[in-house]
Design a protein around this ligand. Sequence first.
Ligand SMILES: Cc1cc2nc3c(=O)[nH]c(=O)nc-3n(C[C@H](O)[C@H](O)[C@H](O)COP(=O)(O)OP(=O)(O)OC[C@H]3O[C@@H](n4cnc5c(N)ncnc54)[C@H](O)[C@@H]3O)c2cc1C
Length: 388
Amino acid sequence: MDFAYPPEAAAFREEFRAWLAANLPEGLVGFDWASMEIESHELEQMRAWNRALADARFAAIAWPVEYGGRGAGVMEQVVFAEEMSKADAPGTLNPLGISNIAPAIMHWGTAEQKRHFLPRMLRGDDIWCQGFSEPDAGSDLASLRTRAAIDGDTFVVNGQKVWNTLGHLANWCELLVRTDPDVPKHQGISCLLVDMTLPGVEVRPLVTITGEREFNEIFFHDVHVPSAALLGPLNEGWKVAMTTLAYERGGVAALHLRVRKKVQRLLELARTTKVDAGGRTAADVPAVRQALARVHLEADYLKLLADRAISAELHDRPLGPESSLAKLVWSDVENHIAEAAAEVLGPAANTGEWGRDRVYVRALSIAGGTTQVNKNIIAQRLLGLPRS
Ligand SMILES: Cc1cc2nc3c(=O)[nH]c(=O)nc-3n(C[C@H](O)[C@H](O)[C@H](O)COP(=O)(O)OP(=O)(O)OC[C@H]3O[C@@H](n4cnc5c(N)ncnc54)[C@H](O)[C@@H]3O)c2cc1C
């Protein structure tokens, strides 16, 4: 592995750091976009920030230049993520759109779909969600049952999706539907780009254990979707879905940034949290030190996995199942950090920011591929173990 940054990446760092210093509004520093509890004035602030990023071609640097990106290589993408993290800057309004849905549109879309959707997504004029999972189709996504019957030049959609991140803010959805129920399950699926304002689309927010509205259920009652909404060939939606999910699993290189920052904050907290009248701090307690050492090492391990992913990309080796390993380690270390916070803070770890974190991190072992499914992928494809 070569850990040195090439000169172009260093030059890009200077340019982007200076731009952030001049353009990131103070009110948005540390803005917790991830909690999705956003007021309308905050949404407007985020839209303005998103447009500023797009105008400077920083909204999607990995996108090709023709679509408003910079065609940036992996090292520039790493630098971008590092500087965004250092400045505590929120990303765009389309975390799913820019990194997952847009690559599928670029790959499978018609010229008209690319011309219409990509610039609006880039600027945050539209907000996108992903309508893949259903109550009986999650890990086994190909079992999905939301039906789209062809009626002249429209698809008539009926069914239900669930766990749709951003669904309550989104006006567009990348939707997987069953268009042929009479063929093997992977072959009868199509992908539609659906206007969420169409009659018959109903979004019901799901309130999570943190009390936040991060995701939603979406119901479709006789929704008439024009045939021009089809992304990719009819009945080949599984391939479109795989293009989308390939990018979802590709964000490995930046996972460690947030984690290592959190570990640092926890270390500082341990050094200042008094545990007895004699002035001992949590950092002096052996059991706490062990918990902290563990998460510190695991976070560094995650960074090494990221470095390996970057090195693979630089040498044109596809990442493949290694991304499952990084996803697994990432969700484990996030859960271990929450446990370490409980060691540091005691009962106070059930309140405030760390209390929220403690219940929230459970979701990370489910979202984007569950821990058990990732273990299966690692066992079979990395370790070469038999299927059963
Ligand atoms: C925070 C968050 C955001 C999400 N955002 C979206 C979104 O925007 N759009 C969207 O479409 N979906 C989204 N999802 C849904 C997510 O993709 C699914 O939750 C995930 O795929 C798992 O599916 P499931 O919940 O149906 O669980 P299931 O697949 O039913 O799994 C239940 C349990 O069985 C285990 N299991 C399943 N299959 C196997 C197997 N073969 N071997 C061993 N164990 C197995 C699982 O690991 C799990 O423990 C989100 C989920 C979360 C938590």
